[in-house]
Design a protein around this ligand. Structure first.
Ligand code: NZQ
Ligand code: ZN
Length: 389
């Protein structure tokens, strides 16, 4: 295990009836709050009224930015950053899923600079040295944005979807109330599960031999997702299922499982290109890609990791030949994603066309090589895309 720094300073209020602490937490950062949210789900579930009551009774001054899109657009970020400047905002309160929280992170950073926030993500890659403080209330278990310092923003004009990590964008406080996810429909619940699985597998699949504790932790999280996602789909108000999924979403990506190994990810860069052009749901793209990526990377040099995955996560019979065990592990993962939780299984079904493969593959590897579990160049990525048809 390499040296690493463990520092995940997000204060988490987990569970029901914790919003009574919202006012006191926000007031630590000032009195002028920019409340951000998406297309209205928070109004439907009564959360908006609760938040507004809490803010009013704490004497906070509230400004609002709604309509943040799934796969959030740079224009929403621009608006938010502008509002922060105009209204002299002290703290941002993001209420929603990963899209709302991600966009809010870049608004908070954009508020501290004079340039266009897209410069943080374009080739200019302007430094993110400061951001206004962010508090989040999570309503969808998936991305882990509530406990990491990353965000992903789309620019429809350039057909780009680009992510970036920057410590100043880490939320100061996150409220994780599983009951707020009772209203998440079966499709988004399944997409969230696929996203969490991918966050874990992007890290789990490496050939380092000394990560036993972290491997066990990751296998435990995978088993949690496999156990509870079908329960949450069938019984949306099952607290145990929603709570286990919510806490897993945070820990799958908050940095803990990296353990000093900074391997580049593979499926995420590929998926971001799908979302950039086709605006598909992130978790769905990952679900289609992940089993094919695993199939593509399987050979004699990597098979031992697949054996570990298949036997420890899916309980595949360990006495079979290694290649058979590995393939059975991939088959069980596909069965879970496409049959048990009902996600679509091919690019063809979701309308992704072969003619876009070269450009998407070239952008996914940044004109070079994705240095993940197995190094992938443009040809490799195109081959994986073809396996998804
Ligand atoms: O917009 P509203 O009306 O709120 O509806 C949303 C949206 O339509 C709805 N929803 C959210 N909470 C709900 C709810 N519906 C009913 N009840 C609730 N409680 O769900 C839809 C999807 O929301 P969205 O925020 O887009 O989903 P998700 O949390 O999966 O976020 C996806 C975005 O996060 C990025 C993705 O690329 C994508 O843009 N990611 C962010 C990461 C990070 N910050 O570290 C890492 C991830 O890998 C990912 O790339
Ligand atoms: Zn993801």
């Amino acid at each position: 295990m390499n040296n690493f720094v463990y520092d995940i300073p997000v204060k988490v209020y987990f569970g029901e009836n914790q919003l009574c602490h919202l006012g006191e937490e926000l007031k630590k950062y000032g009195s002028r709050v920019l409340l951000t949210y998406g297309g209205g789900s928070i109004k439907k579930i009564g959360l908006y009224d609760k938040v507004i009551n809490e803010l009013n009774s704490s004497g906070l001054e509230v400004f609002e930015l709604s309509g943040i899109e799934p796969n959030p657009r740079i224009d929403s970020v621009r608006k938010g950053a502008q509002m922060c400047k105009e209204h002299n905002i002290d703290v941002l309160l993001a209420v929603g899923g990963g899209s709302t929280i991600d966009a809010t992170k870049f608004m908070a950073a954009g508020a501290c600079v004079d340039h266009d926030p897209w410069d943080f993500l374009s080739e200019k890659w302007s430094p993110i040295e400061k951001a206004l403080p962010i508090v989040s209330i999570l309503t969808l278990s998936a991305t882990g944005s509530e406990m990491d310092c990353g965000g992903v923003i789309s620019n429809p004009e350039t057909k780009d979807k680009i992510g970036r990590l920057a410590p100043p964008m880490l939320p100061k406080v996150s409220f994780l109330d599983p009951t707020l996810t009772y209203s998440v429909n079966a499709y988004q619940t399944a997409c969230g599960a696929a996203d969490m699985i991918s966050h874990i597998l992007e890290v789990y699949f490496n050939m380092e031999q000394d990560l036993y504790m972290l491997d066990c932790f990751m296998e435990g999280m995978l088993k949690t997702i496999i156990k509870y996602t079908p329960v949450a789909i069938q019984d949306p108000e099952n607290y145990e299922a929603r709570a286990n999924l919510m806490w897993t979403s945070s820990w799958a990506i908050n940095g803990f499982i990296n353990g000093g190994k900074r391997l580049a990810w593979s499926c995420h860069p590929m998926e971001h290109e799908l979302s950039a052009i086709y605006d598909i749901t992130h978790g769905l793209g990952l679900a289609i890609l992940t089993p094919r990526w695993l199939e593509y990377c399987l050979d004699e040099t990597t098979v031992s990791k697949y054996v570990q995955f298949a036997t420890n996560v899916f309980g595949v019979e360990a006495s079979l030949p290694p290649m058979e065990i590995a393939r059975e592990g991939i088959r069980r993962l596909s069965e879970f994603l496409f049959d048990t939780i009902g996600l679509q299984r091919t690019f063809t079904e979701v309308g992704i066309k072969e003619e876009d493969f070269p450009v998407m593959a070239r952008k996914a590897c940044g004109n070079g090589t994705l240095k993940g579990f197995k190094h992938l160049n443009q040809q490799d990525i195109e081959a994986i895309f073809r396996m998804c048809l």
